[in-house]
Design a protein around this ligand. Structure first.
Ligand code: ISJ
Length: 200
């Protein structure tokens, strides 16, 4: 499949995305969290496995993976200096762009041979990560990206609807290392397919 190309990184190191616990959302934001959106946003199992169950095809488009400056908030989360390996991908299912994901790997995690993070290529991170027997996943934080935000514009460049798109982020720990994974559901995804009852 031919993918549209994007410059890497999509998310600049100056990004100030406001990630927060779902319980901290204000009333208006809570209102936007339909049952369908919560079903995808708050599921702590592997998103790769879930997408493979839900759709017929699954492909990873790697926008880039390199050691670059991370955002201030990412650096805080991983208690690292300002540089780490950042991986940005788009997950395509049934020829539709479903998820934009950005993962941050501290150097030490990248060098952990057993994690094979440096050799991922277009294999999905989750398939390998969820095989780690000692894997633990921290609390999920969520964030709304307005239509005119960097991610909102990426969604539209991919043919998506001009709308707010929602992401989730959590920190994984395995073999004594932490990695941060953020996934934004693009407007083509089932996360936004509300049942009629919800729209009435
Ligand atoms: C963390 C997972 O890996 C998925 C695959 C990713 C990748 O290949 O970079 C990034 C985020 C996830 O959507 C998962 O499957 O849950």
């Amino acid at each position: 499949m031919r993918y549209p190309s994007f410059s890497f990184p999509v998310i600049p190191s100056t990004s100030r995305a406001q990630w927060q616990a779902p319980q901290q959302l204000n009333a208006a934001e809570q209102q936007q969290l339909t049952a369908a959106l919560q079903e995808w946003l708050l599921d702590s199992d592997s998103l790769t496995a879930k997408l493979k169950r839900y759709y017929s095809t699954f492909e990873v488009q790697v926008i880039g993976q390199a050691t670059i400056p991370v955002t201030h908030n990412e650096a805080q989360w991983l208690a690292l200096d300002e540089q780490a390996t950042v991986r940005e991908v788009i997950l395509w299912c049934d020829q539709q762009p479903m998820v934009f994901a950005r993962s941050v790997f501290p150097h030490a995690a990248l060098q952990q041979a057993g994690l094979a993070l440096a050799e991922l290529g277009n294999k999905p991170l989750g398939e390998h990560l969820f095989q780690q027997t000692d894997l633990s996943r921290g609390d999920i934080e969520v964030c709304a990206f307005a239509a005119d935000s960097t991610v909102g514009q990426l969604n539209q460049q991919l043919g998506g609807v001009a709308q707010t798109v929602w992401g989730r982020r959590s920190r994984f720990a395995t073999r004594g290392h932490h990695i941060l994974v953020a996934e934004v559901f693009l407007s083509a995804s089932a996360a936004y397919q509300n049942t009629l009852a919800e729209e009435s």
